[in-house]
Design a protein around this ligand. Structure first.
Ligand code: ATP
Ligand code: MG
Length: 465
C-alpha cells in the first residue's frame, strides 16, 4: 500500500490535476457538473486483476468481447484502495439491460427503481448496471420525483460522465476500465480517499432530498472506513434527517442490516445517534432506550458482540439486535400491563405485538425475524423456571441459544442480578447425570423456601376449629 500512496502522490503533483482540482472545487461550491475524468494508467495505481473475482472478470471480459464498455465501479475500488478486501464487485457498462442479458447465458433483469442485471456464475452473482444520467439532465418524462425531491424512479440512461455525477460520494465515483486497466476518477475520489473523507458529489441538500438513504450511507462509510464526514456533507444531515420517514420501510430494513451487520455496528450506532438518525429509524424504541442508561449499555454490548461474531466469521441475525433494541419498550409496557392486572405471560405477548407493529411503520421486519424476536423475549420469562423436565426441554428449543445470549447480556448490563446465566452456562456443559443433580438441587432449594411462599398456614387455620 505504501507504493500506492507514492504513485497517487506523484499523480496528485501533476499540473493538470491542479487545474482539475480547482474546477472540481468550483463545482462543489457552485454545483457545476464534473464532466472530465482524470485517467490514472495501470502502472500508477495498485488495482490489479488478481484482486478481482473470477466471476467479475468474466462479466467484464464478456461485455468487452461483445463490443461494449465495461468498468468496475464504486465500493470494490474504494475498499481495495483503503486496504480492505472488496466484498462484492459492481460492474457498469454502456450496454442496455436487454443487451447485457443477451450477452450472458444466465442473466436476469431485476429492479424497478433501478433496472439492473444479475449475472449468475454458480452461487456467485454479479450486478451489472447501465450508465445512468443525473436528475437535471434527464428526460423528465422518464424521471419520477416526489414532492420533497426524492427520485422514485431513475432509469434514464446516460454517459459515464453522467453516471459518475449521479453517484453518491466522491469515493464511490471511481471506475476501472477493463479495456486498458486504467482508473477513471471523476470527482477527486483518490484525493478524498487519501484525506479519509466522505464527501457528497454536488449539493448536499439536493442529493439527500433525492435519496435520504444517502444520509445513512454517509454514516456507514464513515464508520466502516474510519473516515470523517466533510463539513457540508455532515451539516446537512441533522436538518434533513426527518426525510427518512419517506423511505419505504422495506428499503430501510435492508439498509439497517448493512448498518448493523457489517462488522462496525457499534461505531455506526453511535454516529447515527449523534446525527439524530437513530431516532428516525426507531422512533418509539428510541424514547424508551434514551431514558434507560442500562438498556443503552445493553445495546452497546450487543453491538460489540455482533461485531466480534462477524470478525470471527460466526453467523448473526438481525432478529437478535432488533430484540435488544425494542426490549426496553417491551419490558416497560409489560410491567404496566402487569400492574393493570394482566398475567405476566399475556402481558409479554401483548407488549411484544405492540412494539413490533409500531416499529414496522418505519423499518420493516420480515415475519421470520419478528417471530424470532418474540421467541427470544418470551423465553426470558421461561428461563428462570427450570423445575422437573423444564430445563431439559428448554435447551432443545430452537431459540434457546439466542435467548441464553440475551439473558447474559441483560445480566452484564445490570438489568437483572447475576446467577441465572451462570446456571445455564453450567447446565449446557454438564452431562445428563450432572444436569439431573442441578435441577434436583434447585428443587431442594425451592422446597426449603416453599413453605414461606405457599399459603399452607391457611390450610392449618381451616383445620384448627
Ligand atoms: P458496500 O457494497 O460496501 O455497501 P458500495 O459503495 O459498493 O458499498 P452499493 O450499495 O453496493 O455500495 O452501491 C454500489 C455503488 O452504487 C456505490 O459505490 C455508488 O457509486 C452507487 N450508489 C449506491 N447507492 C447509491 C445512492 N443511494 N445514491 C447514489 N449512488 C449510489
Ligand atoms: Mg457494493
Amino acid at each position: 500500500m505504501k507504493q500506492t500512496s507514492n504513485t497517487v502522490l506523484q499523480w496528485l503533483k501533476q499540473p493538470y490535476t491542479v487545474i482539475l482540482n480547482f474546477l472540481q472545487q468550483l463545482s462543489r461550491t457552485n454545483k457545476i457538473s464534473v464532466t472530465q475524468a482524470t485517467i490514472i494508467p495501470r502502472e500508477d495505481h495498485p488495482i490489479s486483476r488478481k484482486i478481482i473475482s473470477r466471476s467479475a472478470l468474466d462479466v467484464l471480459y464478456g461485455l468487452k468481447d461483445a463490443g461494449y464498455e465495461a468498468y468496475l465501479v464504486g465500493g470494490c475500488l474504494r475498499d481495495a484502495l483503503t486496504g480492505t478486501a472488496p466484498k462484492d464487485f459492481d460492474v457498469v457498462t454502456n450496454a442496455k439491460p436487454e443487451e447485457i442479458q443477451r450477452t450472458f447465458r444466465r442473466a436476469r433483469i431485476i429492479g424497478r427503481r433501478f433496472r439492473l442485471v444479475h449475472v449468475y456464475f454458480g452461487r456467485d452473482v454479479i450486478e451489472v448496471a447501465t450508465f445512468r444520467s443525473n436528475a437535471e439532465d434527464a428526460d423528465t418524462k422518464r424521471l419520477v420525483q416526489s414532492k420533497s425531491g426524492q427520485l422514485l424512479r431513475d432509469n434514464v440512461f446516460g454517459t459515464i460522465e453522467e453516471d459518475a455525477q449521479r453517484r453518491d460520494f466522491t469515493i464511490n465515483a471511481l471506475y476501472y476500465n477493463i479495456a486498458n486497466f486504467a482508473l477513471y476518477d471523476f470527482a477527486n475520489a483518490l484525493q478524498d480517499i487519501k484525506a479519509r473523507t466522505v464527501r457528497l458529489i454536488g449539493d448536499p441538500e439536493t442529493r439527500y432530498r433525492e435519496d435520504p438513504v444517502r444520509m445513512l450511507r454517509a454514516i456507514r462509510f464513515a464508520a466502516k472506513l474510519d473516515f470523517s464526514i466533510e463539513r457540508n456533507t455532515a451539516a446537512a444531515i441533522k436538518p434533513l434527517a426527518h426525510l427518512l420517514k419517506e423511505v419505504p420501510p422495506a428499503r430501510l430494513f435492508d439498509e439497517c442490516n448493512k448498518l448493523f451487520l457489517s462488522g462496525h455496528g457499534e461505531k455506526t450506532f453511535h454516529l447515527l445517534d449523534e446525527y439524530r438518525l437513530l431516532i428516525q429509524l426507531f422512533p418509539t424504541a428510541y424514547r424508551y432506550l434514551d431514558r434507560s442508561p442500562s438498556h443503552y449499555a445493553l445495546l452497546g454490548h450487543a453491538l460489540q458482540n455482533t461485531d466480534k461474531r462477524i470478525t470471527d466469521g460466526r453467523p448473526v441475525t438481525p432478529a437478535f439486535l432488533l430484540a435488544v433494541f425494542l426490549w426496553p419498550q417491551v419490558v416497560e409496557q409489560q410491567r404496566a400491563k402487569i400492574t393493570g392486572g394482566m398475567p405476566p405471560v399475556v402481558a409479554m405477548t401483548q407488549a411484544a405485538s405492540e412494539a413490533i407493529s409500531e416499529q414496522v411503520k418505519t423499518v420493516a421486519i420480515p415475519k421470520r425475524f419478528s417471530l424470532m424476536m418474540r421467541e427470544i423475549w418470551e423465553l426470558q420469562e421461561r428461563l428462570p423456571r427450570r423445575h422437573g423436565q423444564r430445563a431439559a426441554r428448554l435447551v432443545t428449543h430452537p431459540r434457546f441459544r439466542a435467548a441464553y445470549d440475551f439473558l447474559l447480556l441483560r445480566e452484564e448490563a445490570g438489568e437483572i442480578p447475576p446467577g441465572l446465566g451462570q446456571w445455564w452456562t453450567d447446565y449446557q456443559e454438564a452431562n445428563p447425570k450432572q444436569r439431573d443433580a442441578m435441577v434436583k438441587a434447585l428443587n431442594v432449594r425451592d422446597s426449603k423456601r416453599a413453605p414461606r411462599r405457599r399459603p399452607r398456614r391457611k390450610k392449618s387455620n381451616h383445620a384448627k376449629p
